[in-house]
Design a protein around this ligand. Structure first.
Ligand code: GLP
Length: 242
């Protein structure tokens, strides 16, 4: 694993955006695996800036997102589709038909999971997967204790995840309890993985995930077994690594 040490959040965002941008320049029709949460916001902002300057062309890029809340409409500002549209897709020249997220309103969850797996297969796999890190070590919405061997599935979110997400909702009862997520198996198939972590509140889990035991209790620990992982983290998030 390579660790890229960033001074602060802005520096982290620029460094990680550089990796995504380099991937697109090397292969303009690549498949990017994208993540939500607060950490990638600065990356998307940076990519929009480079696009506006004429330095980035996303016209042939395809994207697959890690996850989506179940029961939340794509037009709902809390949905991950809305997040991706408003922070990135609406501001660059990507073809939205080439951007994929699980359908939160799908009638049949089982069928939706199969659909999403087929999309991943048809796209031919992910060239670069961007990942954030949950405080409990989750990646996507793969919560602690789940098998490493899963593909897209529906998960019941851990209470700690529901609590962490409640800051983004008006009322605690509005926080979704279920979500679709790409499984660990699919994530591990990505050719290249870039993990981003920022802030002292991520320091303990960064240390545990990247230097501790590989165990389903810390889903991100499996990344230690991937051949091409780069952790881009700021000094605060790396403060327990020394
Ligand atoms: C959510 C997302 C994850 C993300 C995590 C961390 O749970 N499903 O993909 O990595 O939040 O988010 P943040 O970057 O806000 O800490």
């Amino acid at each position: 694993m390579t660790i890229i040490r960033a001074k602060d959040y802005q520096d982290l965002s620029r460094k990680a955006a550089n990796m995504l941008s380099a991937q697109v320049i090397m292969n303009p029709s690549c498949v990017l695996g994208l993540a939500t949460g607060s950490t990638p916001i600065g990356i998307y902002k940076q990519l929009v800036e480079w696009y506006q300057k004429g330095d980035l062309d996303l016209s042939k890029v395809k994207t697959v997102n890690l996850d989506e809340y179940k029961g939340v409409a794509p037009t709902d500002p809390q949905s991950y589709r809305y997040y991706m549209d408003s922070l990135l897709f609406d501001h660059v020249n990507i073809d939205k038909d080439n951007t994929y997220l699980p359908d939160g309103l799908a009638r049949d969850p089982e069928e939706e999971c199969q659909n999403y797996n087929s999309i991943l297969q048809i796209l031919g796999g992910i060239d670069l997967q961007l990942l954030g890190l949950g405080h409990n070590g989750h990646i996507g919405f793969n919560e602690p204790g789940h098998s490493f061997g899963t593909e897209t599935h529906l998960v019941q979110l851990a209470q700690s995840t529901i609590d962490a997400n409640s800051r983004l909702f008006d009322k605690p009862e509005d926080v979704p309890r279920y979500a679709y997520t790409m499984g660990i198996k699919s994530i591990m198939h990505a050719k290249k993985i870039v993990v981003v972590a920022s802030g002292t509140d991520k320091a303990a889990i960064v240390k545990k995930a990247f230097t501790g035991d590989v165990t389903p209790e810390v889903p991100a620990s499996i990344l230690q077994l991937h051949g091409d992982v780069t952790l881009v983290a700021d000094e605060a998030a790396l403060s327990e690594m020394e």
